[in-house]
Design a protein around this ligand. Structure first.
Ligand code: 5GP
Length: 190
């Protein structure tokens, strides 16, 4: 998606520790017209796959997932990273190691927000080592639904996430695939 790649080149910043900073348009300040285009692109890719529900993880996945859900006219479910004392009944949980925080959180889903037989599209902002997507897959399947697609805004293709997800039998689409990055340099997979 050229619009997205151009934005990454102009406004993204490669930080030490293999983190691409995109907080000026994707997860702190949000470029709403760009999100709309991202939503349209996901809708174009997944429109004929019989998707019934979109699922993401708070908080950085919400903007692109919302845009896709609006464009596709589908319900959106946001998995939580922390557990409220009010959220105890009918929940599914799995530990996920956070790439950016370097610690483990409990990915949490209230079971009744996903129906048995749902065909779910999971959308997230980044794919690095695949921990978040694999955790989401476990909860989606634990709720009796099928994970029909994994839509990622930015993938770091040189990390292990895609291989892990493909090996587990999932379909992965990334709108921008970073092949390599270093200070001042961001290269995309052709
Ligand atoms: P994974 O679970 O695939 O290792 O990492 C994916 C999660 O970590 C995403 O949900 C995203 O929030 C965060 N993440 C991973 N790599 C990056 C990165 O380079 N930049 C930012 N902003 N977030 C990242």
């Amino acid at each position: 998606m050229d619009l997205l790649k151009n934005k990454i080149i102009s406004d993204g910043r490669a930080l030490p520790g293999d983190v691409l900073l995109v907080d000026s348009f994707l997860n702190h300040q949000i470029d709403v017209p760009l999100m709309r285009e991202i939503g349209r692109e996901f809708a174009r890719i997944y429109q004929d796959m019989g998707i019934t529900r979109i699922v993401t993880i708070e908080s950085s996945g919400i903007a692109p997932a919302f845009a896709a859900a609006e464009e596709m006219g589908l319900p959106l479910v946001v998995m939580k990273k922390s557990v409220s004392s009010l959220l105890t009944e009918g929940i599914l949980q799995t530990p996920v190691f956070s790439y950016t925080k370097g610690s483990t959180y409990h990915l949490t889903l209230k079971r009744r927000f996903i129906n048995e037989g749902d065909r779910v599209l999971f959308i997230d902002d980044f794919l690095a080592n695949g921990e978040a997507a694999l955790g989401a897959a476990k909860l989606i399947e634990g709720a009796g639904a099928e994970l029909s697609g994994i839509g990622i805004v930015i993938e770091k293709a040189y990390q292990s996430g895609r291989k892990k997800l493909l090996d587990a039998g999932y379909d992965v689409v990334a709108l921008a695939s970073v092949a390599a990055m270093d200070e001042g340099v961001i290269e995309f997979v052709k």
